[in-house]
Design a protein around this ligand. Structure first.
Ligand SMILES: [Zn+2]
Ligand SMILES: [Zn+2]
Length: 143
């Protein structure tokens, strides 16, 4: 766990971020975030988030291989589009990469959903928004 992970976008390394006891990785350069499967699982235990449902959603919405490599050196990431947001994930270790722009979109959707105060009927939307919640915590630590 002490080995630095490279950012999928370049030469720089990701730094370890501890959010409410969950260990994720963030890039201080491009401000993306890498969440390993263990992170998603630990969110799941606390917030009743289903990692399995999220992963099946990623699989069902897969669009194309991403032009990015897994920080854990598994190979190319797979891109999926969920509710207009592109997420890149690793089919081998099941980590998920969030680009900064995609995090911004997630947060915008999250806020408008809170504003409406209800379910918009989207399948598994709550799961995705719960992740946005945690990812925003990750980025609060960076700024
Ligand atoms: Zn980066
Ligand atoms: Zn991987």
């Amino acid at each position: 766990m002490t080995t630095a992970l490279p950012c999928p976008h370049g030469e720089h390394d990701l730094s370890i971020r501890d959010v409410e006891g969950h260990v994720g990785y963030a890039c201080g350069e491009c401000r993306g975030a890498w969440l390993p499967r263990s992170y998603l699982q630990s969110i799941g235990l606390e917030r009743h988030f289903s990692v399995e449902r999220f992963e099946s959603l990623l699989l069902a919405q897969a669009t194309s291989p991403a032009d990015l490599s897994c920080p854990k050196h598994c190979g190319a990431l797979q891109r999926s589009q969920i509710k207009g947001i592109d997420l890149d994930w690793c089919p081998t270790c099941h980590g998920v990469w969030f680009d900064r722009g995609e995090i911004a979109k997630l947060l915008a959707q999250y806020r408008s959903r809170q504003h409406k105060g209800g379910d918009d009927g989207g399948l598994d939307a709550g799961d995705v928004f719960d992740i946005a919640d945690l990812v925003s915590g990750l980025f609060d630590l960076l700024s």
